[in-house]
Design a protein. Structure first.
Length: 260
């Protein structure tokens, strides 16, 4: 193979490997059965899991043992636990009164190490033929408006998650053609990072409808192209302090809501 053609081949192979790695990155989100339920009804939802958000819900995470928390916060900031209905569906432990609620899901943090023999849920220590290793954290929130909007500031509260998207306006006020403003926090501090957004039905192949980047104050905005169920997604990576255990931190966060 000529040197020039070899460089093209190696470069093309590198791009394909890079694209495959990016395309296979998983994240987590919440699918709410009804984002605007009537008063005195329980909220129901599933945990979305995959690398693409599409209609109706994409893949569903069925392993409850991998979750570290699944709950709602009411308009006053009090916690309402969620209970499993089956292997993949959940329901608020009590009916919801009028107001704005946040549903929250947290996956157990931990190591994920890729080896030539596949993925291992542990650090690099004691493993051979390691390709890469990450310490993962995954979080998801959803905004639920019960009855007529009241105390819409509840949608804008921080829940002190390690990585979190905070609305700067209640999604119930949004209309197609407008802009949704938000703030991104990492370990409680504003961060500049890439944001992807899409709505259910936009793509069945993993494409995103909109991309943007937050500024140094963590502020960003997404244009609402259509009404429907939207998801915002961010991924932040940082070097892991002990390279003998892992190469990097990798945190993902998502926010789902409905625009009518």
């Amino acid at each position: 193979m000529h040197s020039f053609n070899k460089k093209i081949f190696v470069g093309t192979l590198f791009c394909l490997v890079l694209f495959a790695a990016q395309a296979s990155a998983h994240f987590m989100w919440l699918n709410v059965h009804d984002y605007t339920p009537k008063t005195d009804q329980a909220a129901q939802f599933t945990v979305g899991w995959g690398h693409a958000f599409y209609n109706p819900v994409g893949d569903i995470l069925s392993g409850r043992e991998t979750l570290d928390g699944l709950y709602l916060t009411d308009p006053m900031g009090k916690t309402i636990e969620a209970k499993p209905l089956n292997d993949f569906q959940y329901e608020s432990a009590s009916p919801l009164a009028q107001g704005t609620y946040l549903a929250v899901v947290k996956r157990k943090e931990g190591f994920s190490t890729k080896t030539v023999d596949g993925y291992k849920h542990q650090s690099k220590k004691g493993l051979k033929n390691v390709i890469s290793s990450k310490y993962l954290g995954m979080y998801g929130k959803a905004v639920i408006n019960v009855g007529e909007p009241v105390n819409t500031q509840a949608a804008m509260q921080s829940l002190d998650l390690p990585f979190e998207i905070i609305p700067l306006a209640d999604p119930s006020t949004l209309k197609a053609g407008g802009y949704f403003r938000f703030k991104l926090l990492y370990q409680g501090k504003p961060i500049a990072a890439d944001i992807k957004a899409t709505y259910a039905g936009f793509s069945y192949g993993g494409a995103w409808a909109y991309s943007t980047r937050t500024d140094k104050q963590g502020i960003g905005e997404v244009k609402i192209l259509e009404s429907g169920i939207w998801v915002l997604y961010a991924n932040h990576k940082a070097p892991y302090p002990n390279p003998k255990e892992a190469d990097e931190y990798s945190y993902t966060t998502s926010l789902t809501f409905e625009v009518r």
